[in-house]
Design a protein around this ligand. Structure first.
Ligand code: MF3
Ligand code: CO
Length: 260
């Protein structure tokens, strides 16, 4: 098991990849409304990535056919955009996007409500995001990786949510998926010691019902086993001696969360 620490030059490229991705998420959020197809979201997302000088990481990755994973309601992750899947009022939609800039990847996901959504859905989205930030309290040099995992899972489980176990966060850098694997639940080991310059994609996937998931016949789409709602929130981060640097936040998100 080898987790490579990035050089300042590599981190600078990832910073740029992260900034592009933050802008894409910000732009796409404004497109989410009843009546838009999930394919249109992918098309606009790909155009934005390229117009900002990046390339989509996911397009063609292991055969994945799009640039944006669009996952609606009970879909947890890896939904495939389709012209026939039209968003409607009350849906929630997860957008997971990867950007490559000069050979380095950023990876981030957001979940949005479509029009007015039920309180249950709003709370799930907010708490999934907060579970990520609970994990960030332990994302510092000298801490151990699974402290992040435990903090995310403990926060989500307080609300009775199911924490997805079959998919995890991951290291990220020159490859989209690098070591280590980052579970979102308490582990029986403490995990690797975090060091300055490690770059990680931390991504809680949280369900209102069971933690169990199933794969659809398309080979990609993951759905909750009980068809309960699922939300996803992800950022690419750099471990430092203090608070982590979160590369995939917009300036206004940084202001809101107090991260620099
Ligand atoms: N963002 C996903 C992850 O975090 C990757 C999507 S896989 C792809 O692991 F094939 F759709 F690209
Ligand atoms: Co990821």
């Amino acid at each position: 098991m080898e987790v490579r620490v990035k050089t300042p030059g590599e981190i600078e490229l990832m910073r740029k990849a992260g900034k592009i991705l933050a802008q894409v998420h910000e732009g796409l959020a404004k497109e989410i409304r009843p009546g838009i197809s999930t394919q249109k979201i992918d098309q606009i997302g790909e155009e934005m990535i390229r117009s900002f000088g990046g390339e989509p990481s996911f397009l063609g990755y292991c055969g994945y056919p799009a640039s944006v994973c669009v996952s609606v309601n009970e879909e947890v992750v890896h939904g495939i955009p389709s012209p026939n899947r039209i968003l409607k009022e009350g849906d929630i939609v997860g957008l997971d996007i990867g950007v490559i800039y000069q050979g380095y990847h950023s990876d981030a996901a957001r979940t949005h409500g479509v029009g007015q959504i039920k309180k249950e859905a709003r709370l799930l989205i907010e708490r999934t995001r907060q579970s990520f930030f609970e994990g960030m309290k332990y994302a510092t040099a000298g801490a151990h990786l699974h402290q992040i995992s435990k903090a995310i899972g403990a926060y989500a489980m307080k609300f009775g949510y199911g924490v997805v176990r079959d998919l995890c966060g991951h290291g990220v850098g020159a490859d989209l998926h690098e070591e280590p694997e980052i579970p979102n639940y308490k582990c029986f080991t403490r995990g690797i010691k975090l060091r300055q310059g490690m770059t990680l994609a931390v991504e809680p996937m949280i369900n209102t019902g069971t933690w169990e998931v199933v794969w659809m016949d398309d080979g990609w789409t993951v759905v909750t086993a009980d068809l309960s709602l699922s939300a996803h929130y992800e950022n690419t981060i750099v471990i430092t001696e203090n608070k982590p640097e979160i590369l995939t936040l917009t300036d206004s998100e940084i202001a809101e969360w107090g991260y620099v």
